[in-house]
Design a protein around this ligand. Structure first.
Ligand SMILES: *Cc1c(COP(=O)(O)O)cnc(C)c1O
Length: 396
């Protein structure tokens, strides 16, 4: 049997390669950080990690992870409803709830699981999910696992959302679902307007804070802080794999009964392993650190501002951003790939995106700016952008 299937896969893989869509991966041989080392010993500056607060190699987190591992062991070998978890799992859940000003939190192995397991336990075919067209793949998959009626509105388009809300009056309950920050443009969802419409049309509100947590808001606490919406967002999901240390893990945090119901019925929680103790130990320490000081958040924000201003001054066409994500527009798909490849040769890792990841004719380079970047890193990246930009005719 495998022979025929193998041929089929080989043909498909070849088609992916020929379409220029094959995803090649590089191997990093150092901790994640502003500067990374590759297999051949060469070094590069990393501008495509989600390491927004620069905590992936933070000594305090590493020490806390080691301590938790020494005291609590390596793994849990269990799901929580069968054999329980450790007190530190509960402590971390409480710390996340405190950070987002919510009632309670439930941990998952990843945010992909949090989004995969949030809709089906809460909503039925009688209900409606109203989802932004640019929401993350894990939200789309989570919606697919639920029988609720689906509505989709154009990215951050409040008139289109209102249309969906009007149509969804036919259903029993309605929930509006959005990413906090959209990962291709770096724009923040208009949560104030979303919450107003939710009130007007009697809908719940859910936001995925994966790219917004640690970055958006005066002290980085996410979209509720940014828009002064504490108590008005029913569900936040998020990841421990971006700003929050960058290891692994996800969570849903929000209203008490919602979290209680997820603990009873959410399948990725019920039928999957608990987070390892070292993640809990490190992340408890992380939330302590974020409470002590906003310095990392502030540095990250200054870095984005600095980088964007210098790029605009150099003549690049950058989208406005309210996050750590900066889209440098090139419009042309092959150019975006060539540009990213030339940047890599210059020792700067950035990502070129084109259709279907972004709309046709909207190809771009995405830059992700971290608190780990020092001025010298930013200047080096900007100089490389200018050099490659001139070489490829993007800059005059
Ligand atoms: C990264 C991301 C996820 C996935 O998070 P993991 O914890 O890595 O599974 C989910 N949603 C959004 C919006 C993301 O950006």
């Amino acid at each position: 049997m495998y022979g025929k299937f193998q041929k089929y896969l080989q043909d498909e893989l070849k088609a992916i390669e020929e379409a220029g869509l094959y995803k090649h991966e590089r191997n990093i041989c150092s901790p994640q950080g502003a500067e990374i080392t590759l297999e051949d010993g060469s070094k590069a500056l990393n501008f495509c990690a989600n390491n927004y607060l620069g905590l992936s190699d933070n000594p305090r987190l590493i020490a806390a992870a080691k301590k938790a591992m020494d005291e609590r062991g390596y793994g849990m070998s269990s799901v929580r409803f069968i054999c329980g978890a450790q007190d530190i799992h509960r402590q971390l859940e409480k710390a996340i709830a405190k950070y987002f000003h919510t009632d309670d939190t439930i941990l998952y192995a990843a945010c992909f699981d949090a989004n995969g397991g949030v809709f089906e336990p809460l909503l039925t075919a009688e209900d409606a999910i109203i989802s932004d067209a640019l929401n993350h793949a894990s939200i789309i998959d989570g919606v697919r696992l639920c029988k609720a009626v689906r509505y989709r509105y154009a990215n951050a388009d409040m008139a289109d959302l209102e249309r969906c809300l009007q149509e969804a009056q036919a259903q029993r309950f309605r929930i509006i679902v959005t990413d906090g920050v959209f990962s291709m443009d770096g724009n923040v969802a208009p949560m104030d307007k979303i919450c107003e419409l939710a009130e007007k049309y009697d809908a719940l509100v859910m936001v995925d804070e994966s790219h917004s947590a640690g970055v958006v808001g005066p002290t980085g606490h996410g979209v509720a802080e940014e828009f002064g919406l504490y108590g008005r967002i029913d569900i936040h999901t998020g990841t421990l794999g971006k700003s929050f240390g960058g290891a692994v893990g996800g969570f849903t945090t929000g209203r008490q009964e919602i979290i209680d119901m997820l603990r009873q019925r959410s399948r990725p929680y019920l039928f999957s392993n608990s987070l390892p103790p070292m993640i809990c130990g490190a992340c408890i320490e992380l939330f302590k650190m974020l409470e002590e000081s906003n310095a990392l958040h502030d540095k990250q924000q200054e870095n984005v501002k600095y980088f964007r201003e210098k790029m605009l001054a150099a003549g690049f066409d950058c989208k406005p951003t309210q996050s750590a994500i900066l889209a440098v527009m090139l419009y042309d798909a092959p150019l975006s790939q060539k540009f990213a490849a030339r940047m890599a040769e210059e020792g700067i890792f950035v990502t070129g995106f084109y259709y279907p990841v972004v709309p046709k004719g909207q190809a771009r380079i995405r830059v992700q700016i971290s608190a780990a970047h020092e001025k010298q890193h930013l200047d080096k990246a900007i100089a490389a952008f200018i050099k490659v930009g001139k070489e490829l005719g993007v800059l005059k």
